[in-house]
Structures are given as structure tokens and as C-alpha cells.
Design a protein around this ligand. Sequence first.
Ligand SMILES: [Zn+2]
Length: 313
Amino acid sequence: MSVNLLKMFACVLAVAACTQSEPPTEAIEAGKGLPEVYTVNYPLAYFAERIAGESVTVVFPAPPNVDPAFWSPDAETIADYQQADLVLLNGAGYAGWLQRATLSQSRLIDTSGAMTDQLIAVDDTVTHSHGPGGDNSHQDMAFTSWLDMEFAAGQARTVFGSLVRLLPENEPDYRERLHELEKDLGELDTRLKVVAERIGDQPLVFSHPVFQYLARAYELNGRSVHWEPDETPGDDQWRELFELLSAHNAAWMIWEDEPLPDTVSRLEGMGIESLVFRPCGNRPAEGSLVSVMLDNVMALERAFPAAAHQHWQ
Ligand SMILES: [Zn+2]
């Protein structure tokens, strides 16, 4: 928190203490007055928080137990989005509720807008539930774009640009923090490229069609089934996997979250190990986007270790 802001708080609280007419929470709210930046997923909230620091209020209102890609906010929350100074969108058809809501175009920022030629089209006609009130199928475009660290950095630069237009006087600070963020994403990118080099062409199975950008950016030979980590796969789903494996002899399955132990055992019996790579579309219980991505990278590094003995020529 800046010194000025602290002074402002102190003033507001002092006034509140003298008059004793207002409860302290209202006094604190009166002292806020910062521009509000709403986002449709956690990665964008993280980018805005990293770049803008305490100069704006970043709000990502989805509850922690939903996939924000398929979440539908209630009318009250949509009203909150409508009064925001900026709304950061992921693009690629992410958050279908946007098509049914009226938001001021001038405040909407499509963070993939400068990179639409790099979006990945998908042909996914499978319908299934993504939780209460959620849409029941994947869309025409793959949307987990931030799993390509270079694409993520591009989205972060668009977030930066929109924040600078909102508060131009903060550009030097924002630029410095953007560079720090780009450095973190760049380090993840490098480590992913190194481990991907070791993985090479080895066939992989993805548990859910959300790893398209990861696979493209790091040249992974992955094919996807449509399983949920917390649901026991049905006979049809196992059959689908057997069919896939007949042409794609994978030894690893990459999950978006911790799979059920019984599923892990049955896969092990088929010679398939499981590892978790969390897309982190929603706010993690612990850590940040970068720390979760680092955990993901380390899971890959453990699964595909560097040769124990390096023989340097
Ligand atoms: Zn799905």
C-alpha cells in the first residue's frame, strides 16, 4: 500500500472515529475509490495484480470450485462486471456467459485480440456437464491459451497496455513490473522447452481437452480423452482410451488435477503413469499462477528426468 493511500485511510478512519456515525467497514470502502478491473479468469487477474500492484482493485469473482471457462455469474455479479472500469477477457470464446450479457464495449479488453491468428480451432462435439449451470460442451476454439508461456506473455502485455490507458501516470511502474512478470514466464518457458526436448515424440495422453496450447508450444505428441479427475471413468471412457492407445502407445497420462487413486491404479496396471499439470484457470488454494506452473514443470521434470550421467565431450 502506498504512503498516500495509508494517509488517506488514516484520515478516513480518524473522521469515522470522531463522528462515530459510520461503521468502520463503510469508512474503509469510502477510502478505496480505486479503479476496478474485473477479469474472467485467474491468470488475467494475476497479470493485472502483478502489473498494477495496489493502484487498482482487481476482482475475479468466480467461486473457487468452478472452472471459470464454463461458469455463469448470477445477475448481481454481472452487474458488478457492468460497472467495472476495465473487464479483461481471455478471448477464444472463453466464458460463454459474455455472449448473453451486455457489457460496455469500450471497457472490454480481449487479451488474445492481437494474437487471434494463433488461436487453435477445435472440433469437439462431446457434450458433458462442467458443473451446475455450466455450459455443457467445449467451444470452437481451444481457450487454455496461457499454457503457452509466450502466448501468456502476450496476454500480459495487452493487460499492461489497458492498465496504462486507465492510469497513464503509472506507466513506468507498470512497465517495470511487466518486465518482472515476463521474466518469470520466460523462465517457465525455457524449462518447459528443456523438458519437452527430453520428452521428444513420446506419446502422451491428456485427461481433458485443455492442453492444446501446451502441446503446440512445446511440441508434445499428446492426444486427449475427456475424463474428469474426480470421476470414475465409465466403460465407454476406458474403451475410448484403449482405442486411442492402439495407435498411440502412451506411458504417461497428464491430468488437470489429482486423479482418483482407483483410476491411477488401473492405469498403472496398463503401464500408464499419471502426472498432474494444473491449468490454473481458477485461483489456486495456495501459491500463484507462477508457483503452480513451476509445480507443473517440476512434475514433468520428475517424470522425464535428465540422464543421471552426463558425458560432456
Ligand atoms: Zn470438458
